[in-house]
Design a protein around this ligand. Structure first.
Ligand SMILES: C[S@@+](CC[C@H](N)C(=O)[O-])C[C@H]1O[C@@H](n2cnc3c(N)ncnc32)[C@H](O)[C@@H]1O
Length: 368
């Protein structure tokens, strides 16, 4: 693709005078083009970046690292006198490699239907269901196929239940139950204010928030959506337990809801800082690959997580090493957190600024 820049859908310049907004909007445009072509940002293999001021190269590199975590594509940066629109500070040409395996062999719909087979009800769901049943109004952020809210309604929850997820195929599964609100979007894009008593982010969905800005914008939006004193419960894997080192040993043979036997296996591609990038391969039982999904997950340590929560106006009410409320120590596999809002966090204008930070759909729950 060529000529990608900080341009809105109606052709106007986005972020006049603001380099950071321009870079993020440029990547957002690239994401849209790639997704329309059935690819993703992970497909990028080469970037050629045109800057009107080479002095901004370091800023560009920082933002690109947040938008594209993991090993960067090969890149060339060139300084130019001016670009297509007055005020434009960046333009990008890019080469993306199409997936080796055509998506049609195991579609997004197939993969979404398989999700609940791979992730049956377990202790984590019991932990969150108890919190949900006690709350009058609940927001499930990164709800995926919506199994937890489905169960809450079946168990007689009488109040408001709302699930949010950026993945269209997962939401199609969730929407089979119509007495729950289902909203397409990322955590950072949510615009509710003062509406929910409880927010949850389960199945390690919080780890899909990889960049600092995305974590901050998501926590700010969750805090705003909650009433004062509202609770936010979620878990992240403890980085000290290094779970990713065991994922490659966890291949599974399962039968999908259409009766097709498939094999699921995992490979870790890179560990950069606290971000683990891995692939999930869905194969025929003989090992013939049908689709490969790649995702990055962030393994926040306790202090960094606590800092993000405090900055967003949350105070930690309880923290456990597992969903059976085990004590948290350095060997615990999980950091299960229940936090409360203590003040109104960042304003809506901050949220609007971050709305360009759309998280990638990542359906994979990754092995426990
Ligand atoms: C591992 S799944 C968990 C799904 C569900 N919560 C569960 O427990 O089964 C992670 C979910 O997070 C969603 N997700 C990814 N990025 C997100 C973001 N920025 N905001 C909200 N959800 C996101 C994915 O689409 C995916 O459905």
């Amino acid at each position: 693709m060529a000529g990608q820049g900080p341009i809105s859908a109606d052709g106007g310049l986005v972020g006049e005078g603001d380099f950071e907004v321009q870079v993020r909007q440029t990547f957002e445009c690239m994401r849209t083009v790639l997704e329309q072509a059935g690819a993703s940002m992970e497909s990028l293999v080469k970037l050629t970046v045109y800057l009107t001021d080479m002095g901004r190269l370091r800023d560009y590199g920082r933002i690109r690292g947040e938008v594209l975590p993991g090993p960067p594509p090969a890149s060339t940066a060139i300084q130019v006198g001016s670009l297509a629109l007055p005020g434009m500070m960046i333009e990008v040409d890019a080469i993306a490699a199409s997936r080796l395996i055509p998506r049609g062999m195991y579609s997004d719909e197939d993969a979404a239907a398989l999700y609940d087979v791979l992730n049956p009800w377990g202790p984590s769901d019991d932990f969150y269901l108890a919190l949900v049943m006690d709350a009058a109004s609940v927001l499930d952020v990164g709800c995926g196929t919506g199994a937890l809210l489905h169960r809450a309604r079946e168990s007689g929850h009488p109040g408001r239940l709302c699930g949010v997820d950026p993945d269209p195929a997962s939401l199609r599964v969730a929407r089979r139950r119509t007495n729950i609100e289902w909203v397409a979007g990322t955590a950072a894009s949510m615009a509710w204010e003062n509406e929910f008593d409880l927010a949850i982010m389960i199945g390690h969905a919080f780890q899909a928030l990889v960049g600092d800005d995305e974590v901050r914008a998501s926590l700010a939006a969750i805090g705003r959506a909650l009433v004062d004193g509202g609770r936010f419960a979620f878990e992240t894997r403890n980085p000290l337990a290094r779970a990713w080192e065991r994922w490659p040993e966890l291949a599974m043979d399962v039968v999908d809801p259409s009766g097709r036997p498939v094999r699921i296996s995992y490979d870790v591609e890179s560990v950069v800082g606290d971000v683990v990038t891995f692939t999930e391969t869905t194969s025929d039982p003989d090992g013939t690959p049908l689709r490969v999904d790649r995702a990055s997950l962030r393994f926040l340590d306790l202090d960094t997580l606590g800092g993000f929560l405090a900055d967003a106006g949350f105070e930690i009410e309880a923290q456990y090493g597992g969903w059976l409320r085990e004590a948290l120590d350095s060997t615990s596999p999980e950091i299960v957190t229940v936090a409360r809002t203590t003040r109104r966090p960042a304003s809506r204008s901050d949220a609007a600024r971050h709305r360009v930070l759309v998280g990638r759909p990542r359906r994979m729950r990754a092995p426990e």
